[in-house]
Design a protein around this ligand. Structure first.
Ligand code: NAG
Ligand code: NAG
Ligand code: NAG
Ligand code: NAG
Ligand code: NAG
Ligand code: NAG
Ligand code: NAG
Length: 394
């Protein structure tokens, strides 16, 4: 029942939404054309960070170590904040870290990068070896689909310290040798460093894949139906990646969580805003490369806040670009209309874009099930095709 009601609202809203989206695209294009973008000089680092570092033959970039901002300790009630938040404030200004692993040729070189239609950009912590392995064999396979190229990169920091850190770095190095699909920077992975990872990626993209068309940006525990995503993007008649597109699980009217017991606690010292701009859940979302480049430009003058998807929402707001909602992205859990149905019904996955979140074995099984030649799905899922989405998170 719920589902049927929902279908109706979608059906009636789709043309309207599309219309609005088109208007927004048009307005935003004009806005950003006329906007002069200010690249903020990095005072602390004496401007040296804004210059490109030298590149050596192994494509490893080195940056000077970013120093703690000791003045951060002067913010009110600093000593009452958790270690993690204190750390965040001390290092908030740091935006460059040496690269440990790079794949600068992932899109065939900057000039040739238009040949890549969909770049899968998957946030993965070094420990998640099994997840990467199964994604490489399933939805994140590098392949030609419907006449266009899908490429994959995992973006990573470092975890642990001492021998454990070295072991995990060695693991990534071995994976890199075999698959050439990892970008790793030498910063500590943590919940509060996710925004940093995101900005570093956008900078990398501007350097290496500026003409690629679209990105799927998400976590390594989602199920993304990349066939559907390609078809959905190819269906956008007026956008080849050179115009605004940003869609996923849209979140509006969110505000910073001020309860200090929450995992997502944001004290005033970190962000004193009353509300967040609209944004899409970071578990899995789709954007054009145009929008990815605008986000990078905007990020230059927006102080980092710890929550990466909200931060991107701030970059979009600053550029006057709106995030959109896609019904096929289910990154906050998915629902199946009846308890009598199998939660892992392949027809559900066949019709969506992204679903969160699945164990590696379930991803493997599901990818094979949705491609089984004898899979029969009733037309009850037909509604989704009109607004094809493809990201699931359990
Ligand atoms: C800033 O740069 C100038 C010239 O490159 C140098 O002489 C000076 O020591 C630098 N200052 C700091 C704080 O690094
Ligand atoms: C490239 O830079 C890395 C890190 O600075 C260094 O370890 C490596 O030896 C350099 N390689 C060459 C060929 O200069
Ligand atoms: C912190 O504030 C005090 C008082 O305003 C000032 O004297 C001190 O230099 C500041 N410390 C830092 C590290 O900026
Ligand atoms: C250091 O922290 C202080 C207090 O939060 C802030 O005003 C200042 O801009 C920071 N400096 C840098 C270089 O980020
Ligand atoms: C982010 O990474 C930097 C570099 O490794 C580290 O100094 C900092 O503590 C990390 N921040 C958080 C909040 O974990
Ligand atoms: C993408 O579309 C724009 C017009 O919207 C066009 O100027 C551009 O050449 C197209 N790019 C490619 C690579 O087809
Ligand atoms: C980003 O900023 C650069 C430098 O100001 C500018 O050349 C470029 O057109 C901007 N890109 C987008 C997509 O706005």
């Amino acid at each position: 029942m719920f589902r049927i009601l929902r279908m109706k609202t979608i059906r009636t809203r789709t043309p309207l939404l599309l219309g609005v989206l088109l208007v927004v695209v048009y307005l935003c294009k004009n806005l950003s054309d006329h906007k002069t973008i200010h690249l903020q000089e990095d005072v602390k680092n004496n401007g040296s960070e804004t210059r490109a570092p030298s590149k050596n033959s192994s494509y490893v970039y080195s940056w000077p170590t970013c120093e703690q901002n000791l003045t951060a300790a002067n913010s009110s009630d600093f000593s009452s904040l958790s270690r993690m938040i204190q750390d965040f404030l001390y290092y908030r200004h740091c935006r460059h870290f040496p690269m440990l692993l790079d794949t600068p040729d992932k899109c065939g070189g900057a000039d040739e990068s238009a040949d890549v239609f969909l770049l899968l950009v998957i946030k993965s912590s070094p420990v998640n070896y099994e997840r990467r392995e199964v994604l490489r064999k399933t939805w994140a396979k590098e392949r030609l689909y419907n006449g266009v190229w899908i490429r994959r990169i995992f973006i990573s920091g470092t975890t642990a310290s001492g021998f454990q850190k070295e072991r995990l770095n060695k693991l990534l190095k071995l994976e890199q040798r075999q698959y050439n699909d990892i970008i790793q920077w030498d910063f500590q992975e943590s919940l509060f460093n996710l925004t940093l990872k995101q900005i570093l990626f956008h900078e990398w993209m501007e350097r290496n894949c500026p003409h690629t068309r679209f990105l799927l940006n998400g976590d390594d525990d989602v199920f993304a139906n990349t066939d559907n995503i390609v078809e959905y993007l190819q269906g956008l008649k007026d956008n080849n990646g050179s115009k605004h597109l940003f869609t996923g699980h849209l979140i509006t009217n969110a505000r910073p969580i001020r309860s200090s017991t929450s995992k997502y606690f944001i004290p005033f010292q970190v962000d004193d805003s009353d509300s967040y701009p609209p944004y899409c859940g970071g578990g899995g979302l789709i954007m054009s490369v145009y929008t990815a480049l605008v986000i990078f430009n905007m990020s230059q003058s927006i102080p980092i806040i710890p929550i990466d998807d909200v931060y991107i929402g701030m970059c979009l707001a600053k550029a006057g670009l709106a995030p959109a909602s896609h019904m096929g992205v289910r990154t906050l859990g998915w629902y199946i209309p009846s308890k009598k149905l199998d939660k892992y019904d392949p027809c559900y996955f066949k019709e969506h874009l992204v679903v969160h979140r699945l164990l590696p074995a379930d991803i493997y099984l599901m990818w094979h099930k949705i491609h089984a030649p004898d899979l029969k799905c009733s037309n009850s899922m037909e509604w989704l095709k009109e607004n094809q989405t493809v990201i699931y998170r359990w």
